[in-house]
Write a protein of this length. Structure first.
Length: 92
């Protein structure tokens, strides 16, 4: 796992890994579940933290930390989600 210089002590369960595109992507440490996956589950699908935890075999504490990280890094995550949606739409 490649650590990113932006790893934050406030979010010890979140780290960055280099994704397929070469960009650093925030993920749950040790699991590599992307932060944006949890955000999409909450925002787009309307799942509660408990439902997300059950869906991805996480603890609610992990889900809540991801959502807190999102709140602190909303622009970064939203930009990543939008970019991925544009790529997906172009390949349909």
């Amino acid at each position: 796992m490649v650590l990113h210089k932006s790893d934050e002590r406030a979010f010890p369960q979140i780290t960055y890994v280099r994704g397929a595109s070469g960009e650093f992507t925030p993920v749950l440490r040790g699991i590599r579940l992307r932060v944006q996956t949890v955000v999409i589950a909450a925002r787009k699908w309307g799942l509660s933290p408990n439902e997300i935890a059950n869906e991805y075999d996480l603890s609610e504490a992990q889900v809540n930390e991801v959502l807190a990280f999102y709140k602190a890094h909303r622009q970064e995550i939203d930009t990543s989600i939008t970019a991925e949606q544009i790529i997906e739409a172009a390949n349909v």
